[in-house]
Design a protein around this ligand. Structure first.
Ligand code: ADP
Ligand code: ASP
Ligand code: MG
Length: 406
């Protein structure tokens, strides 16, 4: 018997009808002769609703209590899927993250999985049960409930697949796979039949949502192929794996965007050792994660330092940086929270000239100003005005002819 781990996202379990539909799909996988472990997200917008509710109760909810609250969303979904399977006469049991042995560190709201103690899941499978695990959550050594960060159910699923030695982790969502761009923005976007872990990691990190980046990292680390496919159709989807690849891919593969970008610039910074360390160490201590960092060439030993953070972290970052800017004698500290990121990604771009020029040329033809640029070997990212991001994605998709087959 093969063991399959499946994950169903929030849209796929958004209401009673969809939960019954998902249960029928799970039953089919079981009927095909497989052992099945299923990880579920919270129903629809439950997580957002619970966050809003907590904020109505108090301005800054305690992080431990918030994690317990948010973990309930996935627990609700896991019990309902289990009941739907019972209604169809299939043996099934729901487990919380803690019961499924997902052990994490104690960083509330962004906990990392330390190990998976999967004996309970295995013993339930041995009893003949289909096991439905609440995603997105784990438990610390001290028995406190944690959550893994937004979108974290993907990571639960891949971690379980790795620990149980499943042949594949199937991630079911509301699109038919990974596309050359977000199909909600680019109607002519094309589904990619397969993609490598490295490209997928860049796409997940620099794109909005598609799949939790840590799930892709774990997939690569433990060599678990991840199939991304629709829970609404039976189309083939996209296989994320380590190769070898059948296709020739000497081109850009996809365009990603992210609207959650704010920039801070410390203007008129004295150019001497230790300044960057003072700023970024303080930000790290405050738990602010900094993304792109750019320091201009200095003139008369004075320079400007810019960096980006998530919009939700801008206020906190400014609180940290303002006093430091004053102490080090910087002229001022400015911020802009109306920014976004657009990236082109493709392993085929490595060592091939011309991609950057074409990207910048396309944006300039659209009258889009580039605020900051960052690159990796297989990615070029431009930070631009938020209101222009969707136009930029459409224009780049066209300029790189991503709608055409490889
Ligand atoms: P789930 O609820 O199943 O976890 P998400 O909403 O987190 O699903 O992620 C799926 C969404 O990701 C899709 O509805 C789609 O709009 C978006 N998305 C962004 N970029 C892409 C892409 N390149 N390919 C496919 N989907 C994408
Ligand atoms: N429910 C959580 C979220 O909305 C986790 C997940 O869906 O993966 O972020
Ligand atoms: Mg998701």
């Amino acid at each position: 018997m093969a063991l399959i781990v499946q994950k169903y996202g929030g849209t796929s379990v958004a209401d009673a009808e969809r939960i019954k539909h998902v249960a029928r799909r799970i039953a089919r996988t079981r009927e095909a002769g497989n052992e099945v472990v299923v990880v579920v997200s919270a129903m629809g917008d439950t997580t957002d609703d619970l966050i809003k509710l907590a904020q109505q109760i108090c301005d800054k909810p305690d992080s431990r209590e918030l994690d317990v609250l948010l973990s309930t969303g996935e627990i609700v979904a896991s019990t309902l899927v289990t009941m739907a399977l019972h209604g169809m006469d299939y043996p099934a049991i729901s487990l919380s993250g803690a019961q499924a042995g997902i052990q994490t560190d104690s960083s509330y709201s962004r906990a990392r999985i330390l190990k998976v103690e999967s004996q309970r899941v295995k013993s339930e499978l041995d009893k003949g049960n289909i096991v439905i695990v609440a995603g997105f959550q784990g438990i610390t050594n001290g028995m406190d409930v944690t959550t893994l960060g937004r979108g974290g159910s993907d990571t639960t699923a891949v971690a379980l697949a790795a620990s149980l030695g499943a042949g594949v982790c199937q991630r079911y969502t509301d699109t038919e796979g990974i596309y050359t761009a977000d199909p909600r923005v680019v109607p002519e976007a094309r589904r990619l039949p397969e993609i490598g872990y490295d490209e997928m990691l860049e796409l997940a990190t620099y794109g909005n949502k598609v799949i939790h980046p840590r799930a892709v990292e774990l997939g690569e680390l433990y060599n678990v192929p991840i199939l991304v496919a629709s829970s609404f159709t039976d189309r083939p989807g996209t296989l994320i794996h380590g190769g070898p690849f059948m296709e020739v891919r000497n081109k850009a593969r996809s365009v990603a965007y992210d609207l959650d970008v704010a920039k801070i610039t410390v203007v008129g910074v004295p150019d001497r050792p230790g300044i960057a360390a003072a700023i970024f160490e303080a930000l790290a201590r405050a738990g602010v994660s900094v993304d792109t960092i750019v320091q201009n060439a200095s003139i008369n030993n004075i320079t400007d330092l810019s960096f980006t953070v998530a919009k939700s972290q801008l206020a906190k970052a400014m609180e940290v940086v303002r006093p430091i800017a004053k102490t080090i004698g910087a002229r001022e500290c400015t911020s802009d929270d109306k920014l976004g990121k657009v990236s082109i990604i493709g392993a085929g771009m490595q060592n091939t000239p011309g991609y950057a020029a074409r990207m910048f040329g396309t944006l300039s033809e659209k009258g889009i100003n580039i605020e900051l640029i960052t690159t990796s070997e297989i990615r070029i990212t431009c930070i631009i005005e938020e209101a222009k991001v969707k136009d930029a994605v459409l224009a780049l998709h066209r300029a790189f002819e991503l709608e055409k087959e490889d």
